[in-house]
Design a protein. Structure first.
Length: 151
């Protein structure tokens, strides 16, 4: 009788440990899907040196677990700026971090002027985004564009 209770106790403990292990694995997979955690539309303010702050929106779309596409379609200093930048997404110290580079066309179809752009930023767990977009404009140099917004 004592052996039956001991075997029953061992089976119960084994099942309990297996249950905790499987829950932990599922949480780990969800926690590593950084791009899904930050995907969405962010509304906020765009700040450009020498210009008045303006309302803006940035959309972040999940590409895979650790990459997202940042999209911004705004007018900056009276010029249309349509940026679509693939960013790496990491997580450290309770902040999601994004970083990527791209170019956008500031010219016409006949005379394209490709402008280099670097994107970096952080997004906290409650959806507050601070994003820096550095635009390297010929003749003007690097222009830092700051976006602060909320999902």
């Amino acid at each position: 009788m004592m052996k039956c209770k001991l075997v029953g106790l061992m089976v119960g403990l084994s099942a309990l440990c297996t249950g905790f292990t499987s829950c932990d694995d599922k949480k780990e997979v969800e926690d590593n899907n950084f791009a899904q955690a930050i995907a969405g539309t962010y509304s906020g303010t765009l700040s450009v040196p020498g210009a008045e702050d303006s309302n803006a929106q940035i959309e972040i779309v999940r590409e895979d677990d650790s990459h997202a596409i940042l999209k911004m379609n705004e007018t900056v200093m009276a010029l249309p700026v349509n940026i679509e930048c693939r960013t790496a997404v990491t997580f450290s110290s309770s902040l999601y971090q994004i970083a990527g580079s791209t170019t956008f066309n500031m010219g016409t179809a006949e005379v394209p002027v490709l402008i280099p752009v670097d994107v970096t930023g952080t997004i906290n767990g409650s959806g507050k985004a601070l994003i820096q977009i550095t635009v390297d404009v010929p003749g003007l140099g690097q222009i830092p564009v700051a976006f602060g917004g909320q999902k």
